[in-house]
Design a binder for this molecule. Sequence first.
Ligand code: COA
Ligand code: ZN
Length: 316
Amino acid sequence: MTLTDHVTICEVGTRDGFQIEPDFIATEQKIEVVNLLAEAGLPRIEVTSFVHPKVVPQLRDAEEVMAKIRRRPGTRYAALVPNDKGAVRAADAGVDVIHTVLSASESHNLANVNMTIAESLEKLRAVMAVAARASLPVYCGISTTFGCPFEGDVPVAQVESIVRRLVDLGARGIGLADTTGMANPRQVTRVLEHVMPKFPGIEWTLHTHDTRAMAIPNILAAIECGVTNFDSSIGGLGGCPFAPGASGNVCTEDLVHCLHAMDVATGIDLDGLIAVSRRVQEIVGRTLPGQIVKAGKSDRKYAVPDAVAARLPRAS
Ligand code: COA
Ligand code: ZN
Protein backbone atom coordinates (compact mmCIF):
# COMPACT_ATOMS: atom_id res chain seq x y z
CA MET A 1 0.00 0.00 0.00
CA THR A 2 1.08 3.56 -0.63
CA LEU A 3 0.25 5.41 2.55
CA THR A 4 0.92 8.94 3.66
CA ASP A 5 2.83 9.78 6.89
CA HIS A 6 0.06 11.86 8.43
CA VAL A 7 -3.69 12.29 8.18
CA THR A 8 -5.99 14.89 9.74
CA ILE A 9 -9.10 13.69 11.50
CA CYS A 10 -12.18 15.82 12.08
CA GLU A 11 -14.32 14.56 14.96
CA VAL A 12 -18.02 14.82 14.07
CA GLY A 13 -19.53 12.82 16.95
CA THR A 14 -20.96 15.81 18.78
CA ARG A 15 -22.80 16.82 15.58
CA ASP A 16 -23.42 13.83 13.29
CA GLY A 17 -23.49 11.55 16.34
CA PHE A 18 -25.45 13.46 18.92
CA GLN A 19 -28.06 14.71 16.38
CA ILE A 20 -29.78 11.30 16.29
CA GLU A 21 -29.80 10.70 20.03
CA PRO A 22 -33.48 10.66 21.06
CA ASP A 23 -32.96 11.95 24.61
CA PHE A 24 -31.62 15.46 25.05
CA ILE A 25 -27.96 15.40 26.08
CA ALA A 26 -27.34 18.09 28.66
CA THR A 27 -25.48 21.10 27.31
CA GLU A 28 -22.79 20.67 30.01
CA GLN A 29 -22.17 17.12 28.82
CA LYS A 30 -21.82 18.21 25.20
CA ILE A 31 -19.31 20.85 26.31
CA GLU A 32 -17.45 18.26 28.40
CA VAL A 33 -17.15 15.89 25.41
CA VAL A 34 -15.89 18.63 23.08
CA ASN A 35 -13.28 19.65 25.67
CA LEU A 36 -12.16 16.03 26.24
CA LEU A 37 -11.83 15.47 22.49
CA ALA A 38 -9.69 18.58 22.13
CA GLU A 39 -7.51 17.48 25.07
CA ALA A 40 -7.00 14.11 23.34
CA GLY A 41 -5.47 16.09 20.47
CA LEU A 42 -8.24 16.19 17.89
CA PRO A 43 -7.08 18.81 15.37
CA ARG A 44 -10.60 19.48 14.10
CA ILE A 45 -14.00 19.18 15.73
CA GLU A 46 -17.37 19.75 14.07
CA VAL A 47 -18.91 20.87 17.35
CA THR A 48 -22.58 21.24 16.43
CA SER A 49 -24.91 22.48 13.72
CA PHE A 50 -26.85 25.69 13.26
CA VAL A 51 -30.01 24.26 11.73
CA HIS A 52 -33.69 24.68 12.48
CA PRO A 53 -34.16 23.79 16.18
CA LYS A 54 -37.47 22.05 15.43
CA VAL A 55 -35.81 19.88 12.79
CA VAL A 56 -32.89 18.80 15.01
CA PRO A 57 -33.99 19.58 18.57
CA GLN A 58 -30.95 17.83 20.07
CA LEU A 59 -28.67 20.61 18.78
CA ARG A 60 -30.88 23.55 19.75
CA ASP A 61 -28.18 24.58 22.27
CA ALA A 62 -25.57 25.23 19.55
CA GLU A 63 -24.89 28.84 20.61
CA GLU A 64 -24.43 27.91 24.26
CA VAL A 65 -22.11 24.99 23.46
CA MET A 66 -19.93 27.16 21.22
CA ALA A 67 -19.83 29.91 23.84
CA LYS A 68 -18.79 27.65 26.73
CA ILE A 69 -16.24 25.23 25.25
CA ARG A 70 -12.59 25.75 26.17
CA ARG A 71 -10.73 26.63 22.96
CA ARG A 72 -7.52 24.63 22.70
CA PRO A 73 -4.89 26.17 20.45
CA GLY A 74 -4.26 23.55 17.77
CA THR A 75 -7.89 22.53 17.49
CA ARG A 76 -10.07 24.07 14.79
CA TYR A 77 -13.73 24.34 15.78
CA ALA A 78 -16.34 24.07 13.01
CA ALA A 79 -20.12 23.85 12.77
CA LEU A 80 -22.47 22.63 10.08
CA VAL A 81 -24.94 24.98 8.42
CA PRO A 82 -27.54 24.46 5.66
CA ASN A 83 -28.18 28.11 4.79
CA ASP A 84 -27.18 31.74 5.39
CA LYS A 85 -29.29 31.99 8.53
CA GLY A 86 -27.21 29.15 9.97
CA ALA A 87 -24.00 30.81 8.75
CA VAL A 88 -24.84 34.08 10.52
CA ARG A 89 -25.53 32.16 13.74
CA ALA A 90 -22.28 30.17 13.37
CA ALA A 91 -20.18 33.25 12.66
CA ASP A 92 -21.72 35.10 15.63
CA ALA A 93 -20.97 32.06 17.80
CA GLY A 94 -17.28 32.27 16.88
CA VAL A 95 -16.63 29.17 14.77
CA ASP A 96 -13.23 28.92 13.05
CA VAL A 97 -14.67 27.22 9.95
CA ILE A 98 -18.08 26.80 8.38
CA HIS A 99 -19.11 23.38 7.10
CA THR A 100 -22.07 23.25 4.72
CA VAL A 101 -24.38 20.46 3.69
CA LEU A 102 -26.21 19.55 0.51
CA SER A 103 -26.83 16.21 -1.18
CA ALA A 104 -25.84 14.86 -4.57
CA SER A 105 -29.34 13.40 -4.98
CA GLU A 106 -32.50 15.54 -5.18
CA SER A 107 -34.67 13.36 -2.95
CA HIS A 108 -32.17 13.22 -0.09
CA ASN A 109 -31.60 16.97 -0.34
CA LEU A 110 -35.34 17.60 -0.10
CA ALA A 111 -35.68 15.17 2.81
CA ASN A 112 -32.73 16.71 4.65
CA VAL A 113 -32.96 20.44 4.04
CA ASN A 114 -36.35 20.91 2.34
CA MET A 115 -34.73 22.39 -0.78
CA THR A 116 -33.96 21.26 -4.30
CA ILE A 117 -30.25 21.11 -5.11
CA ALA A 118 -30.59 24.35 -7.11
CA GLU A 119 -32.26 26.07 -4.13
CA SER A 120 -29.55 24.77 -1.79
CA LEU A 121 -26.82 26.10 -4.07
CA GLU A 122 -28.45 29.54 -3.96
CA LYS A 123 -28.50 29.38 -0.14
CA LEU A 124 -24.85 28.32 -0.19
CA ARG A 125 -24.00 31.36 -2.30
CA ALA A 126 -25.47 33.43 0.53
CA VAL A 127 -23.50 31.36 3.07
CA MET A 128 -20.28 32.25 1.17
CA ALA A 129 -21.12 35.95 1.41
CA VAL A 130 -21.64 35.68 5.18
CA ALA A 131 -18.40 33.70 5.53
CA ALA A 132 -16.45 36.20 3.43
CA ARG A 133 -17.62 39.08 5.63
CA ALA A 134 -16.51 37.14 8.72
CA SER A 135 -13.26 35.95 7.01
CA LEU A 136 -14.16 32.31 7.60
CA PRO A 137 -13.18 29.45 5.28
CA VAL A 138 -16.01 27.25 4.02
CA TYR A 139 -15.78 23.49 3.61
CA CYS A 140 -18.69 22.05 1.65
CA GLY A 141 -19.92 18.53 2.28
CA ILE A 142 -21.82 16.57 -0.34
CA SER A 143 -24.12 13.91 1.14
CA THR A 144 -25.08 10.76 -0.81
CA THR A 145 -22.02 11.12 -3.07
CA PHE A 146 -21.61 7.35 -3.29
CA GLY A 147 -25.28 6.40 -3.41
CA CYS A 148 -28.66 7.55 -2.17
CA PRO A 149 -31.03 5.49 0.00
CA PHE A 150 -33.97 6.72 -2.14
CA GLU A 151 -32.45 6.85 -5.64
CA GLY A 152 -29.66 4.28 -5.56
CA ASP A 153 -26.67 5.04 -7.81
CA VAL A 154 -25.55 8.63 -8.06
CA PRO A 155 -23.74 9.35 -11.36
CA VAL A 156 -20.19 10.62 -10.94
CA ALA A 157 -21.02 13.37 -13.48
CA GLN A 158 -23.62 14.68 -11.02
CA VAL A 159 -21.04 14.73 -8.22
CA GLU A 160 -18.56 16.51 -10.47
CA SER A 161 -21.10 19.16 -11.48
CA ILE A 162 -21.97 19.90 -7.83
CA VAL A 163 -18.29 20.07 -6.88
CA ARG A 164 -17.77 22.56 -9.74
CA ARG A 165 -20.61 24.77 -8.50
CA LEU A 166 -19.24 24.71 -4.94
CA VAL A 167 -15.69 25.43 -6.04
CA ASP A 168 -16.96 28.33 -8.19
CA LEU A 169 -18.80 29.68 -5.15
CA GLY A 170 -15.51 29.72 -3.23
CA ALA A 171 -15.33 26.45 -1.27
CA ARG A 172 -11.91 25.91 0.33
CA GLY A 173 -12.56 22.22 0.81
CA ILE A 174 -14.97 19.56 -0.40
CA GLY A 175 -16.18 16.67 1.74
CA LEU A 176 -17.47 13.64 -0.10
CA ALA A 177 -19.93 11.86 2.16
CA ASP A 178 -21.05 8.26 2.12
CA THR A 179 -24.17 9.06 4.12
CA THR A 180 -25.59 5.55 4.40
CA GLY A 181 -22.50 3.38 3.94
CA MET A 182 -23.12 2.38 0.32
CA ALA A 183 -19.58 2.99 -0.97
CA ASN A 184 -16.97 0.32 -1.60
CA PRO A 185 -13.22 0.87 -1.98
CA ARG A 186 -13.08 0.39 -5.74
CA GLN A 187 -15.92 2.91 -6.18
CA VAL A 188 -14.18 5.39 -3.85
CA THR A 189 -11.06 5.13 -5.99
CA ARG A 190 -13.07 5.60 -9.19
CA VAL A 191 -14.90 8.70 -7.92
CA LEU A 192 -11.79 10.30 -6.42
CA GLU A 193 -9.67 9.64 -9.51
CA HIS A 194 -12.43 11.27 -11.55
CA VAL A 195 -12.92 14.45 -9.51
CA MET A 196 -9.66 15.20 -7.69
CA PRO A 197 -7.44 16.09 -10.68
CA LYS A 198 -10.12 18.47 -12.03
CA PHE A 199 -10.03 20.77 -9.00
CA PRO A 200 -6.42 21.48 -8.00
CA GLY A 201 -5.94 23.28 -4.70
CA ILE A 202 -9.10 21.91 -3.12
CA GLU A 203 -8.75 20.17 0.24
CA TRP A 204 -10.62 16.85 0.06
CA THR A 205 -12.29 15.08 2.97
CA LEU A 206 -13.92 11.66 3.00
CA HIS A 207 -16.90 11.38 5.37
CA THR A 208 -17.83 7.76 5.99
CA HIS A 209 -20.51 5.75 7.74
CA ASP A 210 -19.78 2.18 8.73
CA THR A 211 -23.29 0.91 7.97
CA ARG A 212 -21.93 -2.04 5.98
CA ALA A 213 -18.50 -2.41 7.60
CA MET A 214 -16.73 -0.79 4.64
CA ALA A 215 -15.69 2.52 6.16
CA ILE A 216 -12.05 1.75 6.99
CA PRO A 217 -11.42 -0.04 3.67
CA ASN A 218 -12.93 3.01 1.94
CA ILE A 219 -10.65 5.34 3.92
CA LEU A 220 -7.58 3.29 2.97
CA ALA A 221 -8.61 3.49 -0.69
CA ALA A 222 -8.98 7.27 -0.35
CA ILE A 223 -5.56 7.60 1.30
CA GLU A 224 -4.06 5.80 -1.68
CA CYS A 225 -5.74 8.42 -3.90
CA GLY A 226 -4.10 11.24 -1.90
CA VAL A 227 -6.94 12.21 0.47
CA THR A 228 -5.58 13.15 3.91
CA ASN A 229 -8.70 14.45 5.72
CA PHE A 230 -11.27 12.15 7.28
CA ASP A 231 -14.37 12.65 9.41
CA SER A 232 -15.12 10.18 12.19
CA SER A 233 -17.20 9.87 15.36
CA ILE A 234 -16.09 8.93 18.83
CA GLY A 235 -17.36 5.42 19.63
CA GLY A 236 -18.93 5.20 16.15
CA LEU A 237 -21.86 7.42 17.12
CA GLY A 238 -23.98 8.77 14.36
CA GLY A 239 -26.48 8.56 11.58
CA CYS A 240 -28.62 10.85 9.49
CA PRO A 241 -32.18 11.34 10.76
CA PHE A 242 -33.31 12.03 7.19
CA ALA A 243 -31.71 8.98 5.53
CA PRO A 244 -33.40 5.65 6.21
CA GLY A 245 -30.95 2.92 7.17
CA ALA A 246 -28.19 5.32 8.16
CA SER A 247 -25.98 4.29 11.06
CA GLY A 248 -22.86 5.51 12.78
CA ASN A 249 -19.81 7.16 11.32
CA VAL A 250 -16.52 5.32 11.22
CA CYS A 251 -15.39 5.12 14.84
CA THR A 252 -12.64 7.63 15.67
CA GLU A 253 -10.66 5.43 18.04
CA ASP A 254 -10.88 2.41 15.71
CA LEU A 255 -9.64 4.54 12.80
CA VAL A 256 -6.82 6.08 14.85
CA HIS A 257 -5.81 2.62 16.09
CA CYS A 258 -5.70 1.32 12.52
CA LEU A 259 -3.68 4.29 11.25
CA HIS A 260 -1.19 4.26 14.14
CA ALA A 261 -0.68 0.50 13.68
CA MET A 262 0.47 1.30 10.13
CA ASP A 263 2.70 4.21 11.27
CA VAL A 264 0.35 6.84 9.87
CA ALA A 265 0.40 9.68 12.42
CA THR A 266 -2.69 11.60 13.52
CA GLY A 267 -1.36 13.67 16.44
CA ILE A 268 -4.08 12.12 18.61
CA ASP A 269 -3.50 10.39 21.95
CA LEU A 270 -5.19 7.00 21.41
CA ASP A 271 -5.41 6.10 25.10
CA GLY A 272 -6.97 9.48 25.81
CA LEU A 273 -9.43 8.91 22.99
CA ILE A 274 -10.44 5.50 24.36
CA ALA A 275 -11.14 7.14 27.72
CA VAL A 276 -13.34 9.75 26.00
CA SER A 277 -15.23 7.00 24.19
CA ARG A 278 -15.96 5.28 27.53
CA ARG A 279 -17.25 8.56 28.92
CA VAL A 280 -19.49 9.08 25.86
CA GLN A 281 -20.94 5.58 26.34
CA GLU A 282 -21.83 6.59 29.90
CA ILE A 283 -23.46 9.79 28.66
CA VAL A 284 -25.61 8.14 25.97
CA GLY A 285 -26.29 5.18 28.26
CA ARG A 286 -25.46 2.36 25.88
CA THR A 287 -22.60 0.44 24.29
CA LEU A 288 -21.38 2.05 21.08
CA PRO A 289 -20.22 0.20 17.92
CA GLY A 290 -16.49 0.91 18.36
CA GLN A 291 -14.36 -2.26 18.53
CA ILE A 292 -11.15 -1.10 20.21
CA VAL A 293 -12.90 -0.11 23.42
CA LYS A 294 -14.11 -3.72 23.67
CA ALA A 295 -11.10 -5.61 22.29
CA GLY A 296 -8.28 -3.39 23.54
CA LYS A 297 -5.42 -2.32 21.30
CA SER A 298 -3.70 -4.93 19.12
CA ASP A 299 -0.67 -5.03 21.45
CA ARG A 300 -2.88 -6.22 24.31
CA LYS A 301 -1.47 -9.40 25.87
CA TYR A 302 -3.39 -11.96 27.92
CA ALA A 303 -1.99 -14.19 30.67
CA VAL A 304 -0.92 -17.60 29.34
CA PRO A 305 -3.20 -20.32 30.81
CA ASP A 306 -1.37 -22.53 33.36
CA ALA A 307 -1.88 -25.69 31.29
CA VAL A 308 -0.30 -24.01 28.30
CA ALA A 309 2.53 -22.48 30.34
CA ALA A 310 3.38 -25.92 31.78
CA ARG A 311 3.95 -27.32 28.29
CA LEU A 312 5.86 -24.38 26.80
CA PRO A 313 9.36 -25.41 25.70
CA ARG A 314 11.87 -23.87 28.13
CA ALA A 315 14.23 -21.26 26.69
CA SER A 316 17.78 -22.58 27.23
N1 COA B 1 -31.41 28.14 12.07
C1 COA B 1 -32.53 28.50 12.73
N2 COA B 1 -33.69 28.80 12.13
C2 COA B 1 -33.72 28.72 10.79
C3 COA B 1 -32.60 28.35 10.06
C4 COA B 1 -31.40 28.03 10.73
N3 COA B 1 -30.28 27.65 10.09
N4 COA B 1 -32.93 28.35 8.76
C5 COA B 1 -34.21 28.74 8.67
N5 COA B 1 -34.70 28.99 9.90
C6 COA B 1 -36.05 29.43 10.25
C7 COA B 1 -36.46 30.65 9.45
O1 COA B 1 -36.01 31.82 10.07
C8 COA B 1 -37.96 30.53 9.47
O2 COA B 1 -38.44 30.97 10.74
P1 COA B 1 -39.88 31.66 10.89
O3 COA B 1 -40.85 30.58 10.51
O4 COA B 1 -39.89 32.02 12.34
O5 COA B 1 -39.85 32.81 9.93
C9 COA B 1 -38.18 29.03 9.41
O6 COA B 1 -36.96 28.43 9.86
C10 COA B 1 -38.50 28.52 8.04
O7 COA B 1 -37.48 28.93 7.13
P2 COA B 1 -37.23 28.16 5.76
O8 COA B 1 -36.08 28.76 5.07
O9 COA B 1 -38.54 28.07 5.01
O10 COA B 1 -36.77 26.75 6.31
P3 COA B 1 -37.43 25.32 6.14
O11 COA B 1 -38.55 25.17 7.08
O12 COA B 1 -37.65 25.04 4.71
O13 COA B 1 -36.22 24.42 6.67
C11 COA B 1 -33.85 24.11 6.92
C12 COA B 1 -34.99 24.42 5.98
C13 COA B 1 -32.61 23.91 6.08
C14 COA B 1 -33.68 25.26 7.88
C15 COA B 1 -34.21 22.82 7.72
O14 COA B 1 -34.66 21.82 6.85
C16 COA B 1 -33.03 22.30 8.50
O15 COA B 1 -32.62 22.91 9.47
N6 COA B 1 -32.44 21.16 8.08
C17 COA B 1 -31.26 20.63 8.71
C18 COA B 1 -31.29 19.14 8.65
C19 COA B 1 -30.07 18.55 9.29
O16 COA B 1 -29.43 19.10 10.16
N7 COA B 1 -29.76 17.35 8.84
C20 COA B 1 -28.67 16.62 9.35
C21 COA B 1 -27.38 17.04 8.75
S1 COA B 1 -26.80 15.93 7.51
ZN1 ZN C 1 -22.72 11.78 8.17
